[in-house]
Design a protein around this ligand. Structure first.
Ligand code: ADP
Ligand code: MG
Length: 685
């Protein structure tokens, strides 16, 4: 009678889908049976073994599945919060338990005495004894969904009741045998995954809920994870292979004279890690393929000097170098440092948004004619007017927000310049791969010798007074202090009130101390002036926003006081903490907060930026970790680039192999085929 169901069958030809449901499904991006196959459950309920209500007491605070009959149900108004409640009492022959929903008055029309309900929720011990608040619920009438089933729970689709949705998906599963697995057997073997049909079948209709399955790590899930990682990597590789990246025409030599000069400039011996990454960079500079390398190293690990040596190599070979910093303060600081180290052996200039017209003209001419050898600046450097005679190397400092677009802009400014991106946010390798995919990674995993330990403590605001006393003693001893307020510099409407109020309070408290204030809305000269005075030891306390988060290097500053510390991400706290512990003084980081003590305590215990970043990523997810501006980060269905970094590495290796063997055209075909299978991704809400 009806034609067999295939992945291409439109949903309206599935049983129990009429025009109304078909429209509702389309609104959720589901148009064919194939789309339904990729519409994954986000949770399962094992209704074969519901918890007995009599046993609930032992399961408080973790979710359970119950089945029972409603013995009473009705709306109420909560006397306490004046909320509208709907309460139902269900019993299962072993006992009864109260279910409570808030502000869902329509439930009166849906749940009544005598109904059989399957319940998923978390029992809690409240004032009125044990109850389950706002559980998921579904009616059952015994026969149709026999008591013993593992039930897949899908995201809600408006106007399609859950049970109907499951039936529709079940019908779509008939299309599984006609699925064409986009990963050939050999590739499946390389990736270590099972077939697609088997995987989809298990995901929608699991036979057993093993622990791996519940964690989305069963072989069925791994298949999906690997497929997505693999196609992601393959697409990146293909793009890289077909992207018009010219070979460099410059030839870089590193001779004895240059080596001697570098040695002379260096104020200290490089650490082993610095030497290692320097060699990686130098090899790249000499290669014909342009360098695209991420130099990752914890705060204070000494990335700048490595970059500077790379700059000298380039300059002595007759090419120019641009150093991009995210803020004017940092650009200024780099400029000063470089001046100090290189003296006048290199012609160095500064480029910021606040340059005067005359300065700008001189800069533009100097870069165009090649007179300026090294320029340090903010994103002002990316402006179209800035043209180089021969840009050989672009160094991007502290910028984990540096994207493909900016890279293209830089490329356009030279003969495919080498690019070195430095980051102190220790992006886990997996995330770096997911973000950039095609860059090489150099890691400085060693701090210069003699670094001070930084004692980190969490203090409640009621203890602030004691903290200030401590600060006062330390200042007596010659220390300098940062006091940071949680004003995020990037926000559009910068509300400086907490900062200025803090500044006033600190001035009042320390009438005899020299106190400065720093924030992004000050003019460049004002900022420079304050920083200079702090650096020169003419200020005891610097009251600041997060403008000091990156790069600032004042070795004598040894106390970092962070107000309302819970309002910062852990990585940001780590950056801030990295401003101290740079000199010979014992250093302290004091987190003042009345909130999220646990998270802050975790931070206080570790100094390892890598660990901090991973924790941060776990807590906040990659999107937020990278900031909202980073939009290009891929999303995966079950894959978690942090947890599954080993899988991502493997996917990358296999993608490289495939590209090598098949060439970019066939590799791209394969990527398209794989992506085609899951066309409109219906994501969970
Ligand atoms: P970051 O990696 O955070 O950018 P910097 O390059 O600013 O670190 O270096 C931090 C501090 O450590 C600077 O004061 C720098 O002069 C110093 N430094 C860097 N490398 C070494 C080294 N090998 N030995 C001693 N001090 C070093
Ligand atoms: Mg730095």
């Amino acid at each position: 009678m009806t034609a067999a169901i295939t992945p291409d069958t439109p949903v309206q030809f599935l049983p129990s889908v009429g025009p109304g449901r078909s429209k509702a499904l389309a609104a959720a991006g589901i148009e064919t049976a194939g789309d339904l196959l990729w519409f994954f459950p986000f949770r399962y309920e094992d209704r074969r073994h519901p918890t007995r209500i009599a046993d609930l007491g032992r399961n408080v605070d973790s979710p359970v599945v119950l089945r029972g009959r409603v013995v009473s149900a009705g709306a109420k108004v909560s006397p306490v919060k004046r909320m509208r409640l709907f309460e139902a009492l269900i019993e299962d022959g072993t006992g009864a338990v109260r279910l409570v929903w808030f502000n869902q008055p329509y439930l009166s029309d849906q749940i009544e005495r005598g109904d059989n309900l399957a319940i998923y929720g978390t029992p809690r011990l409240g004032r009125n004894g044990l109850q389950i608040e706002s559980p998921d619920w579904e009616k059952f009438d015994g026969a149709e969904e026999d008591a013993g089933a593992i039930v897949a729970i899908y995201s809600k689709i408006t106007n399609v009741p859950p049970k109907a949705l499951r039936q529709i998906v079940a019908a779509a599963l008939q299309a599984i045998p006609s699925i064409d697995d986009p990963l050939p057997a050999e590739l499946r073997k390389r990736l270590g995954v099972i077939g697609l049909a088997e995987s989809l079948e298990a995901i929608h209709r699991p036979q057993e809920l093993t622990a791996d399955f519940a964690r989305f790590r069963s072989p069925a899930h791994l298949r999906i994870i690997m497929q997505e990682f693999f196609v992601f990597q393959l697409a990146l590789r293909v793009r890289r292979a077909t992207e018009e990246i010219k070979e460099k025409t410059r030839r870089i030599a590193i001779g004895d004279e240059l080596r001697a000069e570098v040695k002379q400039v260096l104020p200290f011996r490089l650490t082993g890690a610095q030497k290692r990454v320097l060699k990686e960079i130098a090899d790249d500079l000499r290669a014909t393929k342009p360098m695209y390398r991420l130099l990752q190293g914890d705060v204070g690990s000494g990335k700048t000097i490595v970059a500077l040596i790379a700059a000298m190599i380039m300059i002595r070979n007759g090419h120019q170098v641009a150093l991009l910093a995210p803020t004017e303060i940092l650009a200024e600081q780099h400029f000063q440092r470089i001046r100090q180290l290189l003296d006048h052996s290199v012609v160095t200039a500064k480029a910021t948004g606040s340059m005067a017209a005359g300065e700008r003209r001189t800069l533009i001419a100097g870069l165009r004619d090649g007179y300026i050898q090294l320029v340090v600046g903010t994103h002002a450097l990316l402006e179209d007017r800035i043209v180089f005679k021969s840009l050989g190397l672009a160094i991007v400092d502290e910028q984990h927000r540096f994207g493909v677009e900016q890279r293209q802009k830089l490329f356009a400014k030279g003969d495919t310049p080498d690019i070195l991106v430095m980051t102190a946010t220790p992006i886990p390798r997996s995330l770096a791969l997911a973000m950039y995919g095609d860059l090489e990674l150099s890691i400085i995993d060693e701090l210069p010798p003699g670094r001070q330990e930084i004692k980190t403590a969490v203090r409640a605001s009621s203890q602030l007074d004691r903290a200030w006393k401590f600060v006062d003693e330390q200042i007596d001893d010659g220390a300098q202090v940062y006091a940071v307020y949680p004003i995020i510099e990037e926000s559009e409407k910068l509300n400086l009130k907490p900062l200025t109020a803090g500044f006033d309070a600190i001035e009042k408290r320390f009438p005899n101390r020299r106190i400065g204030m720093l924030h992004g809305r000050m003019s460049a000269t004002e900022k420079e002036d304050v920083m200079q005075r702090f650096k020169a030891g003419q200020l005891d306390i610097l009251v600041s926003t997060t403008v000091i988060e990156v790069g600032i290097d004042v070795p004598n500053a040894s106390i970092m006081l962070i107000m309302d510390a819970h309002r910062f991400g852990l990585s940001q706290l780590h950056q801030l903490r990295g401003r101290v512990g740079r000199g010979t003084r014992a250093s302290y980081c004091i987190l003042v907060s009345d909130d999220e003590k646990d998270r802050l305590a975790v931070f206080a215990r570790t100094r390892d930026g890598f660990e901090v970043a991973e924790r941060d990523l776990e807590i906040r997810g990659p999107g937020e970790f990278l900031g909202t501006r980073q939009s290009g980060v891929a999303r995966f269905r079950f894959g978690n680039i942090l947890r599954d970094h080993d899988l991502m590495d493997k996917a990358r290796d296999v993608a490289i192999e495939v590209l090598d063997k098949e060439g970019p055209v066939r590799a791209e075909e394969l990527a398209r085929k794989i992506l085609g299978v899951r066309l409109p991704a219906a994501t969970r809400d």
